[in-house]
Write a protein that binds this ligand. Sequence first.
Ligand code: NAP
Length: 293
Amino acid sequence: MSTPLFNHITIIGPGLIGSSILRRIQKDRSIAKTSTAYDIDPKVCDRVRVLKIADQVVNDPEEAVQTADCVVLSVPVGAMGSVTKEITPYMKKGSILIDTGSTKASVINAIKPYLTENMTYVPSHPMAGTEFSGPDAGYDTLFENHWCLLTPTEDSTPESIEKITKFWQMMGANIRCLEVKHHDKVCAIISHLPHLLAFTICNTVNHLSEETRTEVLDYAAPSFRDFTRIASSDPTMWRDVFINNRKALLEMLARFTEDTQAMAKAIRWQDGEYITDTIVQARKIRKSIVDDK
Ligand code: NAP
């Protein structure tokens, strides 16, 4: 067998994303010879042991990282800074730290103060996921044919960027490097705003009178079910994403609100041409997204 990309990888937070990485490593040992998992929640550690998706599961962050040559942080974005503070004093010389956080400026700012000269850091964001969370939700093909966006900083050496590019390619992903602010703006419109709308529309239903609400829930049309699938997503993860990418998200929400108001005006004035044009344009965009897949 050829030399694996990494000798030893540690996953901190083996939930949906982390457990998918572990499963892929089990399937393809040219990614890493051995893997370790650590989670703040002992129940998650126990579950990972039962699932047998890591070579070693430990309940101590120091023990988790000390022999790893790559450490992956797949915890909610609001926990990235505190976890980094706990582990970096114990990371070995020449190791690489990566995160999988959905927001990048806030995560980089949270991690940066705790980096040591022992390590390099490559921020990354796999653009793959589901509405489920926890170690049972992961699967080894989660990243297959999805984008993984890297936002290197001055703490990312060319060698570490090359290695992490290879790592995500071995996970099945396609790679792009983006500037940090641009990443956060793009993700605000394509991922964070849709989640905000899905959570909100479910609550709008909830605020309706008892009689109407029951009917809506009973007769929920496929369109409502499709549109709200992502409202089943994890509250902690999305609370953290909204708060940590608030500037870009609020800007996109303001633009969306303007467009919604324009549509409302067209409906009030029965401006069929505006309504048709908007729908025709939207269909084109939707088609280009689906055709790109
Ligand atoms: P998840 O399934 O909820 O897994 C996160 C795990 O991290 C949980 O087991 C959690 O434990 C654990 N954790 C929380 N704080 C910790 C700490 N301080 N130390 C160690 N472990 C800790 O979440 P996920 O969906 O895999 O998301 C992980 C990261 O990937 C997030 O930053 C998210 O923004 C990003 N991401 C998610 C998606 C997606 O669609 N889900 C897509 C791309 C990127 P508890 O069970 O105790 O909370």
